[in-house]
Write a protein that binds this ligand. Structure first.
Ligand code: ADP
Ligand code: MG
Ligand code: MG
Length: 256
């Protein structure tokens, strides 16, 4: 049983001139094993800032609050330590990694997280099985990470990472953007499957209600202008689908 606690988190983005622009104004949220939380909000509301802050991106400065994983201070950890502690951030490795194949990348990540190399034979079978379930060509494992990947391939690669690295809590930012309906279904099923198999907690960040037809959230948090403005169950996602963000005020409306 794991728990990610975000308590009164306040974050500013570092502007090029060295100034700080406050984005998150006190965010409190707890995600436990086996739960799916959706954060929904208009563009520019700070959703990615929340994800990047937890990931330890240097562009963001934490000005208040705390983030704990099973009581451990996440904000004091290096990016590697966060991964070893069991946090997965989908945007953690968005860049191309020239000369490193998917297979090598996954094995290296797994070794770094577990502190020992996975057994070769079971590992190969696991990788093959995971890729098959996502309808991926086995040749994909030999391609260089993110080099020329389509949107769907990037997302499938993320699901393979989830399945093999087995994080305690996964933060998935805009997992649905750039996916056609078939890819969306495959990726969503993958998230659901890994969540159920590994009792993973999921924090799913999205602008759209579309993915929530496939990934049923236990909790929905509406995010506007750097704050959670409403919380509820899955019915809240339906309400947002019907009514949009307008009723949260001019800020939300302008930003959609
Ligand atoms: P979301 O993911 O909800 O669309 P973001 O976290 O990407 O929102 O952005 C939140 C706010 O932070 C936006 O108003 C955006 O303009 C601002 N922001 C992010 N990065 C910078 C930056 N480098 N300079 C100025 N403003 C920024
Ligand atoms: Mg955005
Ligand atoms: Mg975003």
């Amino acid at each position: 049983m794991s728990k990610l606690e975000i308590r009164d988190l306040q974050v500013s983005v570092k502007l090029p001139e060295g100034e700080l622009k406050p984005i998150l104004h006190g965010v409190t949220l707890t995600v436990e094993s086996g739960q799916t939380h959706a954060i929904m909000g208009p563009n520019g509301s700070g959703k990615s800032t929340l994800a990047y802050s937890i990931a330890g991106h240097p562009k963001y400065e934490i000005t208040g609050g705390e983030v704990l994983l099973d009581g451990q201070d996440v904000l004091a950890m290096s990016v590697d330590e966060r991964a070893r502690a069991g946090l997965f951030l989908a945007m953690q490795y968005p860049v191309e990694v020239p000369g490193v194949s998917v297979a090598n990348f996954l094995r290296t990540s797994k070794t770094a997280i577990d502190g020992e190399a996975p057994k070769l034979r079971t590992w190969a079978a696991e990788l093959k099985g995971s890729m098959e379930k996502l309808g991926m060509d086995p040749a994909f494992a030999q391609r260089n990470v993110n080099e020329g990947f389509s949107g769907g391939e990037k997302k499938r690669h993320e699901i393979v990472q989830l399945e093999l690295l087995k994080p305690k809590i996964a933060i998935l930012d805009e997992t649905d953007s750039g996916l056609d309906v078939d890819a969306l279904r495959v990726v969503s099923e993958g998230v659901n499957r890994v969540k159920d198999t590994n009792d993973m907690g999921v924090l799913l960040i999205t602008h759209y209600t579309r993915i929530l037809r496939y990934i049923k959230p236990d909790f929905v948090h509406v995010f506007v202008a750097g704050r959670i403005v409403e919380e509820g169950g899955p019915e809240l996602a339906q309400k947002l689908e019907d009514e949009g963000y307008k009723r949260y005020g001019a800020d939300a409306e302008a930003a959609v």
